[in-house]
Design a protein around this ligand. Structure first.
Ligand SMILES: Nc1ncnc2c1ncn2[C@@H]1O[C@H](COP(=O)(O)OP(=O)(O)OP(=O)(O)O)[C@@H](O)[C@H]1O
Ligand SMILES: [Mg+2]
Length: 458
């Protein structure tokens, strides 16, 4: 795959006519050319930004014949960026200086006056090599953190999910920043995976970084990478998530938990497209599509001073809201069937359906943990079921709504409380409506009406 960022070449010489001639030649090739008129300037340039190649003269005015200044310059460049290919230029016909330079790590040398074609050939070869090495480094690093395998299924046919599919199809191919919101377990990560899979970047990496749960310093080097010696434990250069996601997608999960100081640094990178590894002042250009997710109320986080408003505006070009499962109960059957097929195959059980009582329970449950809770409940039921059974029973499910103590399960109205109570009684009786009605002191038909009203029974 071609690398689309511009090729940047540094040329260092103190003779203006040499710089001019080189510049025109390289600009003509479509390269970005940055000039340095002295060894000091060359080192400053390389410290400040990322290059694909440096072409440096060995002889400067202070000492025009020994080539010592050029050799010193090479060492200093290699100290800043050991992987940057260096071509040296020698003005006098002795190759001794060039040989010494090669011994010290120069990739090739060019004799002045040069032959344009040969120079360009040498330059292109070094740039191709450099890009190939970087690509394989990036892939290696990305492999270790890529969720491998197929894109997860995205089940559901309720109106909100239909709309969501449309939005994903429309937005995925663009580079727009997408913010995905929704309660725990609603499928935010599934949506992020789909956005990447349906984008032009699908053959490149999708890199996930959980923005919370890490100490600030560690989170920063995770995100931007670090150089050897940046802090006590930094024994090697390390590439960060941003660079790994170059040309691909960076998924910033739990974005609301990102430490506020890191938010400021992230904002700057999003504004400039330039990343600095911790401990280095060099800027590296990255082109990553940003998807972020949160289950927090970002407006409230902003009001509380815990989240930067200007960062939000960089992340939320498109907002995708995932509704909780209780607001799209129509999807419960299809999701439950999907997970049943999945886990029955995994645990090699002949299970193929839910019996009526089990289905009633699934439909009645409040699912405070959303799709994840449903997946776990079905997995547990598959494990609990009799080895020869073909159907999941209410008992296998063992759903106990009264024990769930998240906000979503807390009644917010009298009607909610009634519904939760009815669900509990129904669960206690393994989904048996007749027994549940008896305990509740109401007729079966009255209970059925209530269940219909809650969307539990058709
Ligand atoms: N529509 C869906 N179809 C199939 N599986 C789904 C769907 N939505 C969610 N899942 C599954 O439910 C589980 C939870 O989904 P996911 O991890 O994407 O949720 P999340 O919103 O990121 O949750 P959290 O906020 O806790 O990180 C995963 O196993 C996922 O594969
Ligand atoms: Mg998630």
């Amino acid at each position: 795959m071609p690398d689309t960022s511009p090729v940047r070449v540094l040329i260092a010489d103190d003779q203006p006519d040499v710089l001019n001639a080189l510049r025109f030649l390289l600009l003509d090739e479509g390269f970005e050319v940055i000039e340095a008129r002295s060894p000091i300037e060359a080192v400053e340039r390389i410290e400040a930004a990322d290059f694909d190649l440096a072409i440096v003269d060995l002889n400067y005015t202070r000492d025009t014949t020994s080539g010592q200044e050029g050799l010193d310059l090479m060492e200093r460049i290699r100290a800043v960026d050991p992987s940057l290919p260096i071509l040296v230029m020698t003005a006098w016909s002795s190759v001794a200086g060039a040989v010494e330079a090669m011994r010290r790590g120069a990739r090739d040398y060019i004799e002045k006056p040069w032959d344009d074609e040969r120079l360009l050939f040498t330059v292109r070869t070094q740039i191709d090599l450099r890009r190939a090495v970087r690509r394989s480094q990036r892939l290696q690093a990305a492999h270790t953190r890529l969720q491998r395998g197929a894109v997860p299924a995205f089940i559901g046919d309720s109106r909100p999910i239909q709309q969501l599919r449309q939005t994903i199809e429309r937005v995925a191919p663009s580079d727009a920043a997408v913010l995905i919101t929704g309660e725990h377990g609603t499928g935010k990560e599934v949506v992020a995976t789909w956005l990447h899979a349906m984008s032009e970047r699908k053959s490149r990496a999708l890199v996930t970084m959980n923005a919370g749960g890490l100490a600030e310093g560690i989170a920063e080097s995770e995100l931007f990478g670090h150089v050897k010696g940046a802090f006590t434990d930094a024994r090697y250069d390390r590439i960060g998530c941003f660079e790994m996601a170059d040309e691909g997608t960076l998924f910033l999960d739990e974005i609301a938990n990102m430490p506020i100081r890191l938010q400021a640094k992230l904002l700057r990178v999003l504004q400039t497209g330039e990343v600095q590894r911790v401990g280095s002042s060099r800027l590296r250009y990255v082109n990553a599509r940003i998807i972020s997710a949160t289950n927090a109320d970002l407006a409230a986080e902003i009001a509380a001073g815990r989240f930067r408003e200007d960062l939000l505006y960089r992340l939320n070009t498109v907002v995708i809201e995932l509704p909780p499962l209780r607001d799209r109960r129509e999807d419960v059957d299809a999701l439950a069937a999907h997970f049943l097929a999945h886990y029955a195959a995994r645990y090699r059980k002949p299970l193929a359906r839910f019996d009526d009582a089990a289905l009633a329970l699934l439909r009645a449950h409040a699912w405070p943990g959303n799709v994840r809770e449903l997946a776990h409940a079905v997995e547990r039921a598959v494990l609990m079921a009799d080895p020869s059974a073909t159907g999941i029973s209410a008992r296998d499910l063992g759903l106990q709504p009264q024990r769930v103590s998240t906000d979503a399960a807390k009644p917010r109205s009298l009607e909610d409380a009634e519904r939760l109570f009815i669900e509990k009684v129904l669960a206690d009786h393994g989904g048996d409506v007749r027994q549940a009605a008896q305990q509740l002191g109401m007729s079966r038909s009255a209970l059925y009406r209530r269940l219909q009203q809650y969307g539990v029974r058709e």
